[in-house]
Design a protein around this ligand. Structure first.
Ligand SMILES: NS(=O)(=O)c1c(F)c(F)c(SCCc2ccc(C(=O)O)cc2)c(F)c1NC1CCCCCCC1
Ligand SMILES: [Zn+2]
Length: 257
């Protein structure tokens, strides 16, 4: 592929030779073994503010060859479960194919159909670029997506534009909506651990929050997600998830019992 997309999910072994941190001991994603998770009652409910955006605020939606990214204004703030304040940068998705699921994290060995990541950076740094190389620089909220009965109106706001960005590098503008609708209603129930970006350069600078409640999309919405976007090889962009990584002794905290 060209430029930044010279890595791929096919040749994972080259990641750690090209990007040292990808071979580190605090890598993501991981399998969450709920029996081993440590109940931590001091973990506060996650608080989102400024997530409801007016329709006249246009957001860039891009096929970057590895996922679909929705750029977010830094007016979206994350607090509560995190001691420091974080600002949103972007959100993106990981998915499988019609043949199988594609979440990045697994729970008790179960892989979910897909996974959303809302990426935030610590406001004590001036930018995402500076924050992403600092140990407390990034906070990513993750939630699992599964097929349910009804259509999900919030995911529709993104999925209805995928046909406009089928090719790598294409982007379009999406009217603002309530971004919080992409995440579970219950922000109290989550797993928490220290990990990394799941893509090169794999910086080990992410405080991960994985919600316990799963988002439900219609069957048609899930098939739009897994069978619309093209990859740099001009094939369907599918299975854009990294295999789970060893915990190397890390503990996963749970905000609930
Ligand atoms: N799960 S994750 O958060 O690690 C993650 C992935 F797994 C990802 F796969 C991605 S996309 C791959 C990185 C990338 C490639 C091209 C462009 C571009 O052309 O603009 C941008 C980014 C991706 F963008 C992210 N999140 C990004 C990581 C890239 C560097 C920091 C920017 C915010 C977080
Ligand atoms: Zn991701």
């Amino acid at each position: 592929g060209k430029g930044h997309s010279h890595w791929s999910y096919e040749d994972l072994k080259h990641w750690s030779t090209d990007y040292l941190d990808c071979g580190g001991t605090k890598q993501s994603p991981i399998n969450v073994d709920t029996a081993q998770a440590i109940f931590s009652p001091d973990l506060r409910p996650i608080q989102l503010s400024g997530y409801s955006l007016p329709a006249n605020q246009l957001l860039k939606l891009k096929n970057n060859g590895h996922t679909v990214v929705l750029e977010l204004p830094d007016s979206l703030a994350l607090a509560g479960g995190y001691a420091q304040q974080y600002r949103a940068a972007q959100l993106h998705l990981h998915w499988g194919s019609p043949a199988g699921p594609g979440s990045e994290h697994t729970v008790n060995g179960r892989r979910f159909a897909a996974e959303i990541h809302v990426v935030h950076y610590n406001t004590k740094y001036d930018s995402l670029t500076e924050a992403m190389v600092r140990p407390d620089g990034l906070a990513v909220l993750g939630a699992f997506l599964e097929v349910g009965h009804g259509e999900n109106q919030y995911y529709h706001e993104i999925l209805k534009h995928l046909h406009e960005i089928e090719e790598v590098g294409q982007e379009t503008l999406v009217p603002g909506f309530n971004i919080a609708g992409l995440l579970p209603a219950n922000l109290k129930l989550y797993f928490h651990y220290n990990g990394s970006l799941t893509t090169p350069p794999c910086y080990q600078t992410v405080k991960w929050t994985i919600f316990n409640q799963t988002m439900l999309l219609s069957h048609h919405q899930m098939s739009l997600l897994v069978s619309t976007l093209k990859s740099p090889e001009d094939e369907l962009l599918q299975n854009n998830y990294r295999p789970v990584q060893s915990l190397h002794g890390r503990q996963v905290l749970a905000s609930f019992q």
